[in-house]
Design a protein around this ligand. Structure first.
Ligand SMILES: NC(=O)c1ccc[n+]([C@@H]2O[C@H](COP(=O)([O-])OP(=O)(O)OC[C@H]3O[C@@H](n4cnc5c(N)ncnc54)[C@H](OP(=O)(O)O)[C@@H]3O)[C@@H](O)[C@H]2O)c1
Length: 363
């Protein structure tokens, strides 16, 4: 029997107890009862947790009355099933799990804990070639990349079903633009787009050029050199982009409002959603409302604007794992921290400079 078969009564957890920055919102608890899986759920012993910006953003913005606290922090995990609870899994299975925001609120589960219960549908078998740290970086960002591309009309599932076994040969007939090629979402999106034989132009700051090209981008733009809308309008791509994926969630509306110059008719602008800077939510909403509400006959932008709202789709996770097994997709880890240093990991992700996932090893 593996050591995973012994389930203790209590566990260590980084618990979100109040609104605020992670340093004040989180408390390290050592006596939290290990949850029992309900019908349809499994119990996972967590070995690694992946961070996402939504973790610290919701800690900072959501007042207690709008969410159910306390709950363990974070949403992405990799670990071992220790109570398969009559599901299709077996005890000892190595898995990847995803606890979306809504599920975290209703179930009060999270990834920054030694144990977590999840619905069977939120768990997939871990590709054997991935380390625990790589695996924990997959769910939320890779889901978002798939669902963003799908919203923009480039559905990786469609590609996979059309080409179930073949390695794609690049046709470069269609082009897309990914703002934020070194974001966790952008890194997955570049690879998925290349798997679909798309021509990819991606951005980051200059220091990340070789990284973004190494992930697979055909063309690189430094967003710090000049406004992107200017760079693209001066040298429109041929063919024009079928979609813009704004994985960085630009605060600047110009990339969208000028998009007729570089996005083809019927193309889409898909964003992960801007997050306000010091000027605040009202300023941000005002700016975007001004850009979006003007009809095209009054000079408004013809490109369709969409915001992605990531959800758990088990088939998407399975497809991502298949692509990993085939070598068409790989996770990138920016940095790994010990469980006791979870707050240092928040310092890292909150810089906005991570290239790949910030991971915490769970004891
Ligand atoms: N709507 C949804 O369902 C959903 C789901 C997941 C995430 N999100 C949001 O999507 C965004 C990205 O998340 P993530 O986890 O992928 O981020 P991340 O990995 O933490 O992003 C870090 C990277 O962002 C790049 N970056 C920062 N500012 C940029 C800018 N103005 N333009 C281009 N690149 C920039 C940095 O590169 P440089 O150092 O080179 O600047 C860095 O490599 C976050 O705002 C997150 O909250 C939304």
């Amino acid at each position: 029997m593996s050591s995973f078969s012994t389930i203790p009564k209590a566990q260590k957890v980084w618990m979100v107890v109040r609104q605020g920055k992670p340093q004040t919102a989180l408390e390290f608890k050592t006596d939290v009862p290990v949850p029992k899986p309900k019908s349809g759920e499994v119990l996972v012993k967590v070995l690694a947790a992946g961070y996402n910006p939504v973790g610290w953003k919701l800690m900072g913005t959501l007042p207690n009355v709008l969410t159910k606290r306390p709950h363990p922090a974070e949403h992405d995990l990799a670990g071992v099933i220790v109570d398969a609870n009559g599901s299709s899994f077996s005890n000892g299975d190595e898995v990847i799990g995803y606890i979306p925001v809504s599920l975290q609120s209703s179930s009060r589960q999270g990834a920054l804990a030694q144990y977590a219960t999840l619905p069977e549908d939120n768990v997939v078998l871990k590709p054997a070639k991935l380390s625990w740290e790589e695996a924990a970086g997959l769910p939320l960002a890779a889901h978002t990349a798939v669902q963003s591309l799908r919203l923009g009309g480039y559905d990786p599932t469609h590609w996979l079903s059309l080409n179930p076994t073949s390695t794609p040969t690049p046709s470069n007939q269609e082009a897309i633009f990914i703002n934020g090629g070194s974001t966790a979402i952008g890194i997955y999106a570049i690879q998925l787009a290349k798997a679909m034989s798309l021509h990819v132009t991606a951005t980051a700051s200059a220091r990340n050029e070789s990284f973004v090209r190494g992930v697979g981008a055909d063309k690189f733009l430094d967003y710090t050199a000049r406004p992107l809308a200017e760079q693209l309008s001066d040298h429109p791509p041929e063919p024009r982009f079928g979609m813009i994926l704004d994985a960085a969630g630009s605060l600047d509306t110009a990339l969208y409002t000028n998009s007729a110059a570089y996005v083809k008719n019927g193309g889409a602008y898909v964003t992960t959603g801007p997050y306000p800077d010091k000027s605040g939510w009202m300023c941000l909403l005002g700016r975007w409302a001004g850009a979006l509400l003007r009809p095209s006959f009054l000079g408004g932008t013809p490109t369709t604007w969409k915001i992605v709202r990531v959800v758990n789709i088990k088939e998407d996770m399975k497809m991502l794992c298949t692509l990993i097994e085939r070598g068409a997709l790989r996770p990138y880890v920016d940095s790994t921290y010990e469980f006791g240093s979870a707050l240092d990991a928040y310092e890292r992700i909150m810089t906005g400079r991570a290239t790949g996932k910030v991971i915490v090893k769970v004891e």
